[in-house]
Design a protein around this ligand. Sequence first.
Ligand code: T46
Length: 132
Amino acid sequence: MTVINFQSLGDERGQLVSLESNKNVPFDVKRAYYIHDVKSDKPRGFHAHKELLQVAVCITGKCRMILDNGFEKVDHELDSSTKGVLIDRMVWHEMHDFTDDCVLLVLASDYYDESDYIRDYNEFLEVVANDS
Ligand code: T46
C-alpha cells in the first residue's frame, strides 16, 4: 500500500495543501470527485478498476479503506487531510465507517468510464489469478 504525505503550507491564517499531477500525485490527473454526506452504515466501493489510478484523501473526517490485490488485504484508516492513499489498478477497494463529517476527495487518472470497473469480487479474483 502506498501512502502519500502531502505537505501542508500553514501560517497564522490556516493551512493549504496543494495536489499536483506527476509531483505529489503520481499520474496525470484528469478527474476529481468527492464523496460527502455519507452514512457510517453505508459502505461504498466494492469494485476494482482495470486501468484507472486514483489517490484518495479524507479532507475532513475519517473512513476506513480496505485495499485488496487478490493476495493481500490491507485495512487502512484515512484520518488526515495530509495523507493520501494510492488506489492502484486491479485493487479491490471498499470504504467503511465514514464519520458524519467525512469528505473523501479522489483524484483519478482518467475520465469516468463504467467499463473500467469490475464490480463482481469473484470475477476480480479470476482476472487477478489469470494475470499472475
Ligand atoms: C472509486 C471509489 C473510491 C459518475 O457519473 N462519475 C464519476 O466520476 C463517478 C466516480 C461516479 N459516477 C456515478 C456512477 C454511479 O451512478 O456516480 C454514481 C455513484 O458511483 P459509485 O457507486 O461507483 O460510487 P462509489 O463511492 O462506490 O465509488 C467511487 C468511484 O465510483 C470509484 O471509481 O474508486 O469511489
